[in-house]
Design a protein around this ligand. Sequence first.
Ligand SMILES: O=C(O)CCC(=O)c1ccccc1C(=O)O
Ligand SMILES: [Mg+2]
Length: 346
Amino acid sequence: MSIDEFSLALSTPLETASGPIETRQGLLARYDHRDETGLGEATPLPGWTESLSACRSTLGRALETAESEGHASALLDLEVADAPAARHGFTTALFDADARAEGVPLYQWLDEDRRCESVPVNATIGDADASETVERAQTAVDRGFDCLKLKVGARPVAADVDRVRAVREAVGDGVTLRADANAAWSREEAVSALEEFGPLDVAYVEQPLPADDLDGLADLAGGPVGVAVDETLVDHRVAEVLERDAADVLIVKPMVLGGPGDAHTIATRARDAGVEPVVTTTVDGVVARTAAVHVAAAIPDVAPCGLATAELLAEDLGPDPAPVDDGRITVPQSPGLGMDPSEVGP
Ligand SMILES: O=C(O)CCC(=O)c1ccccc1C(=O)O
Ligand SMILES: [Mg+2]
């Protein structure tokens, strides 16, 4: 077993309503289990998960407990609410080793009856002025994306409406548009934004309201422009969100929800409740990104997912076994994550 710390720079900062993401620091874990070496990644994100230092100590303790008492004991100590990224790192390594030992790709280890070659993905377009936003949208469409997610909420609603309208006019009706407000709006702003986005055929807005405003989200949900919850899941259980009809779409970030196993369970529950799961990363390294691809691959007919985030990074932990081509991401079919541990490192 080992833990290596890494820091990955983004090629350009991802500008959002809650500030830019410029680098991603995290931990790469190796765990020996059933004669295999499993790979795991814990890449905490401030505001979404535990801190890097808390993650480091929790993951270190989990790996030690796993060696001395077994992995069931280690899992018991890894509370999602306290250390989702550490739980993600450990469980990914454990599942990678298990799936390798079984000779199946991770997504089939999550759901043995599944066969899936590729998963549709959205392009992620950060906040920028209208002309820059249009340019990025056009580039994504030229590369084969037919679903774009635009960050909004960093400007007045009227300015965002102008940006989204400019993109709609540039790309035409055949492209799905989504927006992500990252909790920036008041109820009044959210109502007016969704009203204006309707005629522009925006499929849904992620987190139009603060994470805790479940009543407000429930009021907005179910309309022509859907409501997706993301930040809400940091502090609220999925059962509560579903119970209160506070979402049309659930954003499933394995790094925030405790790992690929928990994320898959949550996605399945959402689907069963009529809420569409969309699997995304927190702009992770290749190990966590690939784990998220397997989670998406385990969901039948999954909606386009926010997994095309490799291109936001200037550097990575190793070769990418799940490249994006023509708006879809390839699902690795070799055992486990489908990565060679000897090719991965900080
Ligand atoms: O969903 C995507 O397209 C990419 C992921 C993304 O937007 C994101 C990345 C890091 C942190 C938060 C978010 C978010 O969805 O709010
Ligand atoms: Mg979001």
